[in-house]
Design a protein around this ligand. Structure first.
Ligand SMILES: [Zn+2]
Length: 337
């Protein structure tokens, strides 16, 4: 017996693990810079284990790792012929892992995301983006996903096109927006207004993901909660973003003792700027109390962080048996060496 996403949302908080891009880069299977998820074809076992680790950390959803695996990106790296096999493989592997769940089969979600092509002033770009989404969602549908997550949109209109294409295939949609170092989306909509419109048009879950850490995302999540009646999602990046530097793109590292190759710690030197799991738990509690229904973490997250979030909102993960035992003296580890 496998409940649908909607049934699970009715029953309580739903957890969705994300952050495969950074996690697989950290594990050594993905190239920072182009950030294209060729791993589904090049190292399927590595992707499988990553999916598995996040699911065991509490994710109810195995989100197919197809972020950036769109026609534009694949053409840019000269591998357009791999587009369809890559998308199909990412979903198939996700399905295999979802079926391994020991208590209730996990949901499998397709994934489409913001493109660099979308231009609000250019109708032709919108048709191009629509076509890219349509083909990816078509493969998701054929491979049998439970729903599709359209994510990280910083134009309302691009999110709307994603929603329309998901609905054309008869699938449920989770639509999450990414807010850059600005107070509103690039086409002038506030996130709460955009979410309200997307909800009105039939998205099952609306909310935010990526770019911002808990501290600079949650204030907007609260506004979305006030503006919307249905289910709200929040999936921040696990970094200590501030009012001055609200996204991880601009976050500085005052404690760095060398000269990394890029001007900013993003994307490969962010490690010392991470929230610890207790800070993430504090956020999860706040988000839960504010009425969020769909929880997760985005780029940078690793499984134990997600488990902490899941447990904070009252869920038990497969790997909760390995959660820290705070009653035992941690120093005892040294006694075994
Ligand atoms: Zn992200």
């Amino acid at each position: 017996m496998k409940r649908t996403l909607e049934q699970r949302l009715k029953d309580g908080p739903v957890i969705c693990g994300e952050g495969y891009l950074f996690d697989l880069e950290r594990r050594g299977y993905l190239k920072a810079g182009s950030f294209v998820p060729e791993v589904a074809l090049e190292a399927p076992e590595a992707l499988k284990q990553t999916y598995r680790d996040f699911m065991k950390a509490g994710s109810d959803v195995v989100l197919a790792f197809t972020y950036n695996a769109n026609r534009e990106k694949m053409r840019l790296i000269g591998k357009e012929e791999l587009l369809e096999p890559l998308n199909r493989a990412a979903v198939r592997i996700a399905k295999e892992v979802a079926q391994e769940h020991p208590t209730e089969e996990a949901l499998v979600a397709g994934n489409i995301s913001n493109t660099n092509l979308f231009d609000p002033a250019d109708p032709a770009s919108k048709e191009l983006v629509r076509g890219m989404f349509a083909e990816m969602i078509g493969w998701c549908k054929e491979e049998g996903v439970d729903f599709v997550n359209g994510e990280t949109f910083y134009y309302y209109e691009e999110a709307k096109i994603a929603l329309e294409e998901i609905q054309k295939q008869g699938l449920e949609a989770v639509i999450t927006l990414g807010l850059l170092d600005e107070y509103e989306l690039r086409d002038g909509y506030s996130v709460e207004e955009a979410c309200r419109l997307l909800e009105e048009q039939g998205a099952l879950v609306v909310g935010m993901n990526c770019f911002r850490g808990p501290a600079t995302m949650q204030p907007y999540v609260g506004k979305i909660r006030d503006a919307c009646e249905g289910y709200v999602g929040a999936l921040p990046v696990p970094y200590r973003t501030t009012e001055e530097n609200p996204t991880f793109f601009s976050l500085p590292d005052g404690g760095c003792s060398c000269h990394p190759p890029l001007e900013t710690p993003y994307p490969t030197a962010l490690d010392p700027l991470m929230c610890n799991r207790y800070e993430l738990a504090q956020w999860a509690e706040q988000a839960y109390k504010s009425g969020v229904n769909y929880f997760g973490l985005c780029c940078g997250a690793y499984p134990s962080m997600l488990r902490e979030v899941a447990e904070t909102v009252g869920r038990e993960a497969v790997n909760s048996k390995f959660s820290p035992d705070t009653k035992n003296n941690y120093n005892s580890i040294h006694n075994h060496v």
